[in-house]
Design a protein around this ligand. Structure first.
Ligand SMILES: Cc1ncc(COP(=O)(O)O)c(C=O)c1O
Length: 340
């Protein structure tokens, strides 16, 4: 898939240290995914998670306070709670919607940022434009930074109706985190990024990065550039795998209406049905891994000291071709156990 310039970079690859911000041509390609940003507004990191940690390090002091919307990937939550006090705002249990008034009510005089993750993992919900604008309004009123982990943006079921524009394009203090680990299916490259329109913040994030990875792997930078240029081809493949697995999952769930609720997750990366069995999702997941060698993630894994998380769901991965085989084994396991 590489074009000539990438091929030349690959052939001349020297494995030296490279620009700690990320190669200019890689940052230009990332900036090109946004409306109002240039390559100087991009910081490349070793994965999206490092980008979250660097941004938190750039913005938060021990005397600050942050608001974290739950559920959220624990390392992101910890990137914040390791630095300052935080208040969790859980999505509503009934429909996973975000209550912006509740976010506003948790703001304190020393609140500095709001951390969100939409499209959300593990619930698979997006953020509609109206809610985003309401959230931006609140942030603007209090001068807060709005950091969104957008790693699942390329995995949304319906990209034409994709839930939300990157926050960096919607708000001057919005910071978008993304990378190649999910929709591109390339987590082993360890390439993620933060995009932010205030360069002083990115300079501080770069400083935070200096105690982490220093720079992205020089080989990964070239491969990441190839991947970004080939986004439609690469994501078409991962999306087709996800679509097939999602159909497969829904037919499996439909066979056991007494054991699973509907899967409303609007993502091709995973399903997130409620488990209705009397033993509970934790027990079910433990039996599944022990007796069938299959791993699903019970929603209690997203438990947080900042607030309650949905208790009885299971997150079922859809992103790999081999998940099809896993779903067949899952169906067999559930059928046998139910018969027993
Ligand atoms: C919501 C979310 N954000 C970030 C990450 C980490 O991404 P990366 O592997 O690019 O660091 C994950 C990984 O599972 C995730 O689920």
């Amino acid at each position: 898939m590489g074009e000539e310039d990438d091929l030349a970079r690959w052939q001349n690859l020297a494995f030296g240290y490279v620009d700690p911000r990320g190669a200019p041509w890689l940052r230009t390609a990332i900036a090109g995914r946004h409306e109002q940003v240039s390559s100087d507004d991009v910081l490349c990191c070793a994965g999206a998670q490092e980008a979250v940690a660097c941004v938190a390090g750039a913005l938060l002091q021990p005397s600050d306070h942050a608001v974290v919307v739950l559920p959220i990937y624990q390392p992101s939550e910890q990137a914040v709670t390791g630095l300052c006090a935080a208040t969790g705002v859980p999505l509503s249990y009934s429909d996973w919607q975000l209550d912006v008034d509740r976010v506003a009510a948790s703001i304190r005089p020393n609140t500095k940022l709001i951390l969100i993750n939409f499209p959300n993992s593990p619930t698979g919900v997006g953020l509609d434009q109206q809610t985003l604008l309401a959230l931006v309004d609140v942030c603007r009123r209090y001068g807060l930074w709005l950091v969104n982990d957008e790693v699942y943006a390329q995995s949304e079921c319906d990209l034409a109706r994709a839930s939300v524009a990157p926050v960096v394009d919607s708000y001057e203090r919005g910071i978008s985190i993304n990378g190649l680990s999910k929709g591109f299916g390339l987590p082993g490259l360890r390439v993620g990024w933060a995009v932010c329109r205030e360069q002083a913040v990115l300079a501080r994030a770069l400083h935070a990065k200096s105690i982490l990875s220093s720079c992205v792997s020089s080989a990964s930078e070239i491969l990441a550039h190839v991947a970004l240029r080939s986004e439609p081809t690469i994501t078409a493949r991962t999306r087709e795998i996800g679509r097939q697995n999602r159909r497969h999952l829904h037919s499996v769930l439909a066979a056991f209406p007494d054991l699973f609720g509907r899967d409303d997750a609007q993502t091709l990366a995973f399903g997130f049905p409620r488990y209705l069995g009397p033993d509970g999702a934790d027990h079910f997941a433990a039996r599944l891994v022990r007796d069938a060698g299959l791993m699903v993630l019970p929603s209690t894994l997203w438990r947080s000291p900042l607030g309650s998380v949905p208790g009885n769901h299971v997150r079922i991965g859809l992103g790999h071709r081999r998940n099809a085989e896993g779903l067949d084994a899952f169906q067999q396991f559930v059928a046998v156990r139910r018969a027993a």
